[in-house]
Design a protein around this ligand. Sequence first.
Ligand code: 5AD
Ligand code: SF4
Length: 477
Amino acid sequence: MPHLGGVLNCEFSMSRLFDIGLERLTGQPAFSGVVQGVTAEGRGTFFLETFGCQMNDHDSEKVAGVLLSRGYRQVETPEAASMILYNTCSIREKASQKVFSRLGEYREKQSEGKIIGVLGCVAQQEGERIFTRAPWVSLVCGSASYSKLPEMIAQLEAGNQRVTGLDTDTDETFETEVTRRDNPWRAYLTIIEGCDKACSYCVVPYTRGPERSRASDAILREVRQLADLGYSEVQLLGQTVNSYTDPTPRGMRFSELLLAVADVQGIRRVRFTTSHPSDFEKGIVEAIESQPKICDHVHLPVQSGSTKVLRAMQRTYSRGEYLEKIAMMRGASRLIAITTDIIVGFPGETESDFEETLSLLDEVQYDNLFSFKYSPRPNTPSLTMPDAIPEEEKGRRLAALQDKQREIQMKKHEALLGKTFEVLVSGKSRRENQWFGYSTSHRVINFASQANKLLGTYVQVHVTGAGPNNLAGEQVF
Ligand code: 5AD
Ligand code: SF4
C-alpha cells in the first residue's frame, strides 16, 4: 500500500508533525530534555526509523506508544539512542535491500552497547536468519508482537543475547490505547490486519498473517476518543480494508462502519485504504453518496489490465469485472476520485498484455497511479514462474505507463481550474505565505494565504493553477 500523494518539498516535515502530536497527547513538548542513554525512570531511549506504507507508519505509531508508555523516550538520532529500531518493508526487493544496507551503517553501534532491532515485514520474513546476516542485531519482531516489545527488551537488558517475536495469528496489533500518533489532526486506525487473498507476487499474507478484523464497538469507541482529542480526519487502514468482517454479534458491514464512523461528532472526514476490487460492493458507493464526510476517493489497485495476467497474479477478478466496479463508481451521484496500483513486467506479460494495461488507463482515467516493476519475492508462488521479463523491458514499460498517466492527470487537473475545494491544511511551504493541504478527493493543493495558524484547519481554496501532480490556488473567504 503506497503513500497516497506524498509531498516531499515541504518544510513542515513529519518530525515536526510528530512534535505537535506528542505535545498534545502528553502535555510535554516532544524531544525536550532528551538525555542520551537512559531516562529518569531508568529506561532506555529509542530511535525508530520506518520504511514502507501507511500500515507501517501506523505500526510505528503503535511501537512508539508502547515504548513511551513504559517510560522509554524517543530521540531524533541513532547516536542519541540506547536502542535503534527499524520498522521494515519487504514488499519489493529494493525496499528489503535498503533495510540491510541501513543496518550495515549501524554495525559498529552494537559495540557501543546499543540494542539494534528489526521490526515489521523483513523481521517476519527473514526471522532468525537476520542474526546470521547481521549478527549485530539482537531483536527481531514482527508486527503481531509489538505489544510484547517491552518484555522482549527487558530480556535483552537482563543479559539475553537475542530475542524474537514472530507470531502472525494474534490480534495484538489492535491494542492501540497507547498509540502515539504522528499527525495531530489525521488519525490512522487499523480495522483489519493481515490478508487472506493470495496474490501470487505478494509477501503480505506471509509477513502479516491471516486476515483479522477488529470489533466494531472497539473501533467506534476509539474514533470517539480521537474526536475528543481533536482529530477531525480518520483514515481506516487495512491491506484489504473493505474485506472487513465485524467479529461481534452486530456484524456490521464495511459500508455501515464507514457511516457509523462518519456519524461520530467532531469527525469531518473519513478515508479508507486499500480496497480490494473483489470485495468492493455497491454499499460502499452508496455510503459515499449519502454521507459527504466519507471522502470521495477510492484506491482500487488493479495491478494489470490483462485478464490473462490477472489470472496468473491470482487476483480473483477479470478486467471486465474490475471495470464493472469502476462503472459503479462512475454512475454515482458524487464524483469519486479513483487511484490504483499497477505492476509491470509480471512473468509472462507480453507486449499485448501491457498494451491492455495502457488501454485500461485510457478507459478508467485514474486520478493517480502508483506503478511498480515486478519484483520476485521469497516464498511467493510467482517466484518460480517462467518467462521473466528483462529489467530493461520492465523499465521501458514503467516509463511508458507513467508518461501516459502524467498526461491523463494533467488534463484532469486542468479541468479543475476555476473550481473551489475545501482543503485540510497539512503543511507550510518554504515560500512565504504558501501552504498545502488535501481536498476530500486527496488531491494536493498548494495555496497562498496571509493567514497564520492554518495548520489542521479547513479552508476554501480557489484553483488557479494545475500541474500533473498537484493544483495551486488561493484561499477564499
Ligand atoms: N513486485 C512489485 N510490486 C509489488 N506490489 C506488491 N508486491 C509486489 C511485487 N512483488 C505492489 C502492488 C501492491 C503495492 C502495495 O505494491 O501493486 O498493490
Ligand atoms: Fe498482497 Fe494481494 Fe493481499 Fe494486497 S490483496 S496485500 S496484493 S496478497
